[in-house]
Design a protein around this ligand. Structure first.
Ligand code: G3D
Length: 249
């Protein structure tokens, strides 16, 4: 009887809890299937995608969570922007093209860079071993081995789950169960440590904003100095011209 009442109280407490805001960063090489995955989660057809050029921000509701996903372009030249989104992220979704064996080394190096980043290390990471429907796709165990995943997550103290999946299998209610399972794993692990992760997110975001503000001021100061130098130079040239002209009057 008591345990029934306790269960009811817990359920009521959870039901009354406000929705938790969670931000996720979705990364991986270009063509891995990030946008297809996000579209599938959103309930849109993942086949209607164009590769992510810059980034896109998607807001969705997942049970008690209000989730924002930053789907970031994976091209080599654009990966530099990823770090700008790390501080505000509670967790990471790393999408791997399991059928692209030729780029597995590049995937390993890219993943290492992400997990080692001080604003990511220690946060939960979901690895989606995507494109399992493709012939020759690496199986879960091969991906773990090729990415040195165990070593990587241990070194960076990241909780990690890998899900072999296919983003084009279905969408909305028919979304690949592995993607759903992975997302639920990620959100429930964030929920377990929600206060601590959110505190870290707030602190890191504030530090990043302050740094950006400082960089902006320094850039403005450099521009001001260059303008001042140019204007001094041009006044000097002007003065020399006048002096030269007077010598011949
Ligand atoms: P990105 O956002 O990581 O750059 P996209 O990748 O989501 O744009 O996907 C790149 C291509 O891979 C797309 O095909 C997309 O349909 C396909 N794709 C994504 N996930 C899967 C999958 O699980 N299986 C298969 N077979 N294909 C997938 P196009 O032809 O548009 O380039």
């Amino acid at each position: 009887m008591f345990s029934l009442m306790a269960n009811c109280c817990n359920w009521l407490k959870r039901w009354r809890e406000p929705a938790r805001k969670v931000t996720l960063v979705m990364v991986g090489l270009d063509n891995a299937g990030k946008t297809a995955t996000v579209r599938g989660i959103q309930g849109d057809n993942p086949q209607d995608v164009a590769p992510t050029v810059g980034f896109s921000k998607v807001d969705l509701k997942q049970g008690k969570f209000e989730v924002t996903i930053f789907d970031l372009g994976g091209g080599k030249r654009i990966r530099g922007i990823w770090k700008n989104y790390y501080s505000e992220s509670h967790g990471v979704v790393f999408v791997v093209d399991s059928s692209d064996v030729q780029r597995i080394q590049e995937t390993r190096e890219t993943m290492a860079e992400v997990l080692q980043h001080p604003r990511i290390a220690g946060k939960p990471v979901l690895v989606l071993a995507n494109k399992q429907d493709q012939e020759g796709a690496l199986a879960e165990a091969d991906i773990i081995e090729n990415l040195s995943l165990e070593k990587l997550v241990n070194e960076n103290k990241c909780l990690c789950q890998i899900e072999p999946c296919s983003a084009v299998l279905g969408y909305g209610k028919k979304l690949d169960k592995s993607i759903k399972k992975g997302l639920n794993w990620l959100l429930s692990n964030i929920a377990k440590d929600y206060e601590a992760i959110t505190e870290r997110v707030q602190k890191d975001t504030a530090e990043q904003r302050a740094q950006e503000e400082q960089d902006k001021k320094e850039r403005a100061e450099r521009v001001r100095q260059i303008r001042e130098e140019r204007s001094e130079e041009s006044s000097l040239q002007q003065f020399k011209k006048v002096l030269f002209a007077r010598m011949f009057i």
